[in-house]
Design a protein around this ligand. Structure first.
Ligand code: NCD
Length: 318
């Protein structure tokens, strides 16, 4: 538990770049959750704590939740938002990405980046003085999504430690799935079940990291084998756009469909998470079951991102 909040804020959060969930300690995450709880309380009336601050979003890939929840978070705290649109910018005239980020750095107090290319957020952080937040780049890092996922589990289940957590779907190309697994490594979960088609198992670099942290892992292709054990099931979309070979996608698409029928084998208090968007892996019929926690998870995107913006700018509402 953090005792001296001002000191901790100054030393651990002020001007901090948010590039990978692996850079955050368990204490950092628990503190973020505490501030997120406070943001939930001020959500309806909002606050002026970030008045005068400008938040830039620079998204080089489609997004619904990440961009809009960051923008909502900024407005809720009294900040303004500028939106960089790559197709309408001087990138189209041949300006480099580094120069583009340098420009944004001059205008904005926080820069949120999304890109299909691994390492874009890190590069932006290297050229920018203002804190850079990775809104998802490449196939590994989507730290703020993992923070939302962990916050949802801690809030709905009361705790993250001791749970049996399944991650289903595209573990090879899915950055939300990979970042979620990285986030789990910070807590003492009872077991992690990695459930995917053979072709979409975690990559070697991720496997090496799991070997370092040594959480109890089960790998399977069979959802029905894992399901009765699970307290949390994190379902993910097969990332069609990231397959180098469309034939590879054709072989695995539709591999898992978490129908209500399949859920008969689940514990009564299982919760299902999904970073969204979903395609066919999670049918609408599941939405009305008590397992469905994914809309709550999506809504927590706003308070978690409010907390993040306030923390990196060193200004808390109370
Ligand atoms: C994810 C992403 O972009 O990585 N979306 C999100 O931010 N919630 C997941 C996905 O696209 O499947």
């Amino acid at each position: 538990m953090v005792e001296d909040v001002r000191k901790y804020l100054r030393e651990r959060w002020l001007n901090r770049d948010v590039i990978s969930i692996l850079d955050f300690s368990k204490e950092d995450l628990l503190f973020l959750f505490r501030i997120t709880d406070e943001m939930n309380e001020i959500m309806s009336e909002g606050s002026e704590v970030l008045k005068g601050k400008v938040i830039a979003t620079a998204f080089f890939e489609p997004s619904t939740r990440t961009r809009l929840s960051f923008e909502t978070a900024a407005y809720k705290l009294g900040a303004s938002v500028i939106t960089f649109t790559p197709d309408l910018s001087s990138l189209a005239k041949g300006e480099s990405l580094a120069d583009t980020f340098r420009m944004l750095d001059g205008y904005a107090d926080v820069i949120i980046v999304r890109s299909p290319l691994e390492g874009t957020a890190k590069m932006a952080a290297e050229v920018c003085e203002s804190p850079v937040i990775n809104g998802g780049d490449g196939t590994q890092h989507h730290p703020t999504q993992a923070m939302i996922d962990l916050y949802t589990i801690r809030t709905v289940k009361g705790n993250i430690n001791g749970l049996n957590v399944g991650v289903l779907g595209d573990l090879k190309y899915g950055r939300a799935a990979t970042s979620f697994i990285f986030g789990l490594l910070k807590f003492n979960v009872n077991s992690i079940w990695l459930i995917s088609p053979e072709e979409l198992r975690i990559r070697e670099d991720v496997r090496l990291l799991l070997e370092k942290y040594k959480p109890p892992i089960h790998e399977t292709t069979d959802l029905e084998e894992a399901l009765p054990e699970l307290d949390v099931l994190y379902v993910t979309r097969i990332q069609k756009e990231r397959f180098p070979d469309p034939a590879e996608y054709e072989r695995v698409k539709g591999s898992y469909i978490v129908k209500q029928e399949v859920l008969k084998k689940a514990k009564d208090d299982l919760i299902i998470l999904h970073p969204l968007p979903r395609v066919d892996e999670l049918p609408y019929e599941v939405d009305k079951t008590p397992y469905a926690a994914y809309f709550k998870q999506a809504h927590y995107g706003v308070p978690v991102r409010m907390a993040l913006l306030a923390l990196v700018l060193g200004r808390l509402p109370r």
